[in-house]
Design a protein. Structure first.
Length: 314
């Protein structure tokens, strides 16, 4: 479900951003607004990011090999981390550079609106309002897909705890896009009202700061997934209970879990068995424990069960 929902959200965001990017570049060509250029580059970066997410999802489905015996599930995390780098460099840093460059021009000509003062002054306003509507529809799709998975968790908890990177990335990108469009509308609109290009510069700078902040959040979250995160507490509880309920298991000495991918979990468990059990009985107990784990948590693809005797120190 998380893979299908994430793919739908990514495709919806990609479709919206490609159309929006074309409109923004056209508006920039007619008005030379720095806010419009920053937003156009932002849409290009977002479109590229969504392509990266789709490529990561495809790459993660490759069959395991002797060199990669646990498969390629973490490809999705790698591509999501690259997305944060693209958003930071292509989106955020470019917008900040454009704001700095435009500020120098404004310092020399504080009342020169340039092409924004021409016959096409209304174009960026129409484009921005249209883009807000399109981004809103894209965000609505991402929210609908995320609602199926997040349960009672808050949005912040969902972004921080989600093991599949696509939905959190699209949610953050779409939310940032809507806020960035608002900044651009603020900058262009006030520049036209006050006859001062300063507000266009401010809008561009705000867009850059926003994209840098979102990129940092994405980098931090995907870094945690790349390093390796354990299963959610509720999943660990299910596995623990399933093993404890297995015939022949006297207790769980310790358990470790690790996500090999969003829907692929490695489980390592040391279980206590009776000291009098024969080897065949221990082997049967291990088989039953593995079956119980798979039944309780289908994402547990790789399971290692180690038998031991329960000691007072355990």
């Amino acid at each position: 479900m998380s893979t299908e929902g994430g793919t739908r959200a990514v495709v919806a965001a990609l479709s919206a951003n490609l159309g929006i990017a074309v409109l923004k570049f056209a508006a920039f060509a007619l008005t030379a607004s720095s806010s419009m250029l920053a937003e156009a580059i932002h849409s290009v970066a977002d479109s590229g990011n969504q392509v990266l997410l789709l490529l990561g999802g495809r790459a993660s489905k490759r069959v395991a090999t002797p060199e990669h015996p646990f498969g390629y599930g973490r490809e999705r995390y790698i591509y999501a981390f690259v997305v944060s780098i693209v958003l930071f460099s292509v989106g955020g840093l470019f917008a900040l550079y454009e704001a700095w460059h435009k500020a120098h021009e404004v310092a020399g000509h504080p009342h020169d609106l340039g092409q924004l003062d021409g016959r096409w002054w209304w174009v960026p306003l129409v484009v921005l309002i249209g883009a807000i509507v399109m981004e809103g529809l894209s965000l609505r799709t991402a929210v609908a897909e995320a609602d199926r998975l997040r349960g009672e968790a808050s949005w912040t908890e969902f972004v921080r705890r989600a093991k599949a990177p696509e939905l959190p990335v699209v949610l953050l990108e779409d939310a940032a896009a809507l806020l960035g469009l608002t900044f651009a509308l603020f900058g262009v609109g006030l520049s036209l009202l006050t006859r001062s290009p300063v507000f266009d510069v401010i809008g561009t700078a705000l867009i850059g700061l926003l994209l840098v902040a979102v990129a940092v959040v994405l980098a931090v979250e995907t870094r945690s997934l790349l390093i390796g995160e354990a299963a959610a507490p509720s999943v660990q509880d299910r596995i623990h209970a399933a093993v404890l309920g297995t015939d022949g298991v006297d207790g769980v000495i310790h358990m470790r879990t690790l996500h090999l991918g969003p829907e692929e979990l490695l489980v390592g468990i040391k279980v206590a068995v009776a000291a009098t059990d024969a080897a065949a009985e221990v082997a049967a107990t291990i088989d039953r424990a593995e079956a119980a784990v798979r039944a309780a948590e289908p994402s547990a693809r790789v399971i290692y069960v180690e038998p031991d005797i329960l000691r007072p120190c355990d």
